[in-house]
Design a protein around this ligand. Structure first.
Ligand code: DQA
Length: 143
């Protein structure tokens, strides 16, 4: 696999400011640098997109069709609400991995459903930035 879309949903741009006890003190810019160096080490190209809008995330998934080989997605709060993101992932049918910085399974009841996850081959939670690296490694080893 050579090119991977890394998609982050709402409020991920607020990393470093938002709820540091849950999401840590590192910024979104630091996450981007981390993802880039993980991608460089694996020899894959990454395109990183963050949006606070559900429609923009759907469009980014659609635009990956025919252009990218896989998707790493942290849909953030839309994880738990968005059938549109689930349908977009199903539409493009690219191998996808769901990542959450926090251990969503230990959190509120409303975080226990993941629509996007239903279209993902793998879900990684609670590993912070390292979850994105694990997701890239998983996709990179696919043919
Ligand atoms: C999150 C978990 C979601 O429940 C939450 O709405 C987020 C971030 C995570 O990375 O842990 O915004 O996706």
């Amino acid at each position: 696999m050579r090119s991977i879309l890394v998609l982050n949903g709402p409020n991920i741009n607020m990393l470093g400011i938002r709820e540091p006890a849950i999401y840590g003190r590192e910024t979104y810019e630091a996450l981007l640098a981390y993802i880039q160096s993980a991608a460089d080490a694996l020899g894959v190209q990454v395109e990183c997109v963050q949006s606070n809008s559900e429609g923009a995330l759907v469009t980014a998934i659609q635009q990956a069709y025919g252009r990218m080989d896989g998707i790493v997605i942290n849909p953030a709060a839309y994880t738990h609400t968005s059938v549109a993101i689930l349908d977009a992932l199903k539409a493009v049918a690219l191998p996808a991995v769901e990542v959450h910085l926090s251990a969503v399974e230990t959190r509120e009841a409303f975080r226990q459903v993941s629509y996007a996850g239903m279209a993902c081959e793998k879900t990684i939670t609670g590993k912070g930035f390292a979850g994105y690296k694990e997701a890239l490694e998983y996709l990179a080893q696919k043919s």
